[in-house]
Design a protein around this ligand. Structure first.
Ligand code: GDP
Length: 448
C-alpha cells in the first residue's frame, strides 16, 4: 500500500544522506519535498504540515552525533515522526482490543457498506477465539439487508463462531439487547455487533449507530474503514467519532494499492488508535497495527535508523563517563542534573530501566522518596532550562530576583525552584561521597 510514498521519501532522504554537511536551507528544501510526497499520498493537509514542522524543528535543533551524517540524523527523525504520527510505540499506543470489562464484553462494529465490516467482524471473532480463547457470539443488526445477515451466518459457519438467530421484525437496538442477553445466558465472553452500513455517510446511519450504542453500551466501538478510499476514510472517521464516538479504527484493504494517507492521518485527525488492519479476503488476514513496523515499511531505511540509534547510545555512554568524572571531582552542576533527569525520561521515566548512569539506582530511591513522578521530572527540566548557562554552572548565583525570573520563565514558583536546588545539593553531596569513597572510581562499586 505504501509503495509510492515509500519510493518518494526514499529518494528525498537518500539524497540528504549522501551529503556531508546540511544547511538549514537544505533541510527546508527536503521538507518541502516530504510535504509534497505526503500530500500526494493523500495525507490530510494539517497532518502533513505538522509532520514536516516537527521534523524540521527537531532536525535544526539536533546535535549531530559522531559517526553519523546529518542526513542520516534526518532519516532517524523522519522515522520517529512517522512512528509518532501512526500512534507511537506499540505497547503504549492503546491499539490492543480492550476486553477488560465484565463478560459479555460488547464490541460494536460500524462503517460504510462494502468497507469490509462483516468480514472484519468474523475475522475478529476468529482471532479472539483462537488467540485469546474467548467464547464469541456474533450478531448482525442490518435489518434492511437480509443478505448481510445471511453473510454473517455463512461466515459464522465457516469459522465455527456462533451467530445470533435472526428474529424477523426486530429493530437494531432490540437485537443488540437480545444479543447481550444471549451472551449472558450462553456464557459468552465477547459479543460482536455488526451494525448496518450505508453506501454513503448519512444521518440515518449515524442515528441508528448512536441508538445501538446507547442501548448496548459497548466497551469498544470500532470503525471499519477502507484504506483505498484515502481522504474519504479520514472524513468518515472524523464524522463517526463526533456523532457516535469511537474507541478505535480497523483499516481494511491494506493489501491493496492505496496510497497510505489514511493510515497516516487517522490517528492525528481522530486521536483514536488504528487497532487492526485487514490484509486480505481470507479469514486470518487481520493483523495488529504496529506503528514501528508500518513506519519501517514506509521508510525502508531500517539500517540507517538502527545506526543512528546505536550512535546515540554511544553518546549516552560518553556522557555517563563524563558525568562520572565530574562526580569524582565533585563538580556535579545543574547541567549534569538536567542530563540525568532527561535520561531518566528517555528511559521510560522513573518506572523504566535506570542502569545507564552511574549512581542512578541510588538516586532513584532518593527521588522516589521525594514523591517525584514523570510530570515532576519534566517540570524540573523546564526549570533548569529557564536558567542562564552561568546559573546552571553555579547555582549559588540564584538569589531571589533570579528565582522569580526563572519561575516566570518555567511556569513554576520560587518554592519549586528551592526544592529543585535542595535536590541538586543532595545529589551533588551524594555523588561527591560516592566519588571519594571509592579509589577505583565511582563506577567500580556499582553493579556488584
Ligand atoms: P461490508 O459491506 O462492510 O460488510 O463488507 P464485506 O465484509 O461484505 O466486504 C466486502 C468485500 O471486501 C468482500 O469481498 C471482502 O472479502 C472484501 N474484504 C474485506 N476486508 C478486506 C481486506 O482487508 N482486504 C481485501 N483484499 N479484501 C477485503
Amino acid at each position: 500500500m505504501f509503495d509510492s510514498l515509500s519510493e518518494k521519501l526514499g529518494g528525498i532522504l537518500d539524497r540528504l544522506t549522501r551529503r556531508g554537511a546540511l544547511s538549514e536551507a537544505d533541510v527546508d528544501a527536503a521538507m518541502r519535498e516530504v510535504r509534497r510526497a505526503l500530500l500526494e499520498a493523500d495525507v490530510a493537509l494539517d497532518v502533513a504540515r505538522e509532520f514536516v514542522d516537527n521534523v524540521r524543528k527537531q532536525a535544526i535543533g539536533a546535535t549531530v552525533v559522531k559517526s553519523v551524517t546529518p542526513g542520516q540524523m534526518v532519516v532517524k527523525i523522519v522515522h520517529d515522526q512517522l512512528v509518532a504520527t501512526l500512534g507511537g510505540d506499540a505497547q503504549n499506543s492503546g491499539n490492543a482490543i480492550d476486553l477488560h470489562a465484565a463478560p459479555p464484553v460488547a464490541i460494536m462494529m460500524v462503517g460504510l457498506q462494502g468497507s469490509g465490516k462483516t468480514t472484519t467482524t468474523a475475522k475478529l471473532a476468529k482471532r479472539l477465539t483462537e488467540r485469546q480463547k474467548k467464547k464469541v457470539l456474533m450478531a448482525s443488526l442490518d435489518v434492511r439487508r437480509p443478505a448481510a445477515m445471511e453473510q454473517l451466518a455463512v461466515l459464522g459457519r465457516e469459522t465455527g463462531i456462533d451467530t445470533l438467530p435472526v428474529v424477523a421484525g426486530q429493530q437494531p437496538p432490540q437485537i443488540a439487547r437480545r444479543a447481550l442477553d444471549a451472551g449472558r445466558l450462553g456464557g459468552y465472553d465477547v459479543v460482536l455487533l455488526d451494525t448496518a452500513g450505508r453506501t454513503t455517510l448519512d444521518d440515518e446511519m449515524m442515528n441508528e449507530a448512536a441508538e445501538v450504542k446507547r442501548s448496548a453500551n459497548p466497551h469498544e466501538v470500532l470503525l471499519v474503514a477502507d484504506s483505498l478510499t484515502g481522504q474519504d476514510a479520514v472524513n468518515l472517521a472524523r464524522s463517526f467519532n463526533e456523532r457516535v464516538g469511537l474507541t478505535g479504527i480497523v483499516l481494511t484493504r491494506v493489501d491493496g494499492d492505496g496510497r497510505g494517507g489514511a493510515a497516516l492521518s487517522m490517528r492525528a485527525v481522530t486521536q483514536k488508535p488504528i487497532k487492526l488492519i485487514g490484509t486480505g479476503e481470507k479469514m486470518d488476514a487481520l493483523e495488529e497495527f504496529d506503528p514501528a513496523r508500518i513506519a519501517g515499511r514506509i521508510l525502508g531505511m531500517g539500517d540507517i535508523v538502527s545506526l543512528v540509534e546505536k550512535a546515540a547510545a554511544n553518546i549516552d555512554a560518553e556522557k555517563a563517563a563524563r558525568t562520572a568524572e565530574k562526580m569524582r571531582k565533585g563538580q556535579f552542576d545543574l547541567n549534569d542534573m538536567r542530563d540525568q533527569l532527561q535520561q531518566m525520561m528517555s528511559m521510560g521515566g522513573l518506572g523504566g530501566l535506570m542502569g545507564m548512569m552511574p549512581g542512578i539506582a541510588k538516586m532513584k530511591s532518593q527521588i522516589a522518596a521525594a514523591g517525584m513522578d514523570d510530570k515532576l521530572l519534566k517540570r524540573q527540566v523546564a526549570i533548569i532550562e529557564s536558567m542562564t548557562p552561568q546559573e546552571r554552572r553555579n547555582p549559588d548565583l540564584l538569589k531571589n530576583s533570579r528565582k522569580k525570573r526563572i519561575a516566570a520563565g518555567s511556569g513554576t514558583s520560587p518554592e519549586q525552584i528551592n526544592k529543585l536546588l535542595k535536590m541538586h545539593r543532595g545529589m551533588a553531596d551524594m555523588m561527591k561521597a560516592m566519588g571519594k569513597g571509592n579509589k577505583r572510581g565511582p563506577m567500580a562499586g556499582l553493579g556488584q
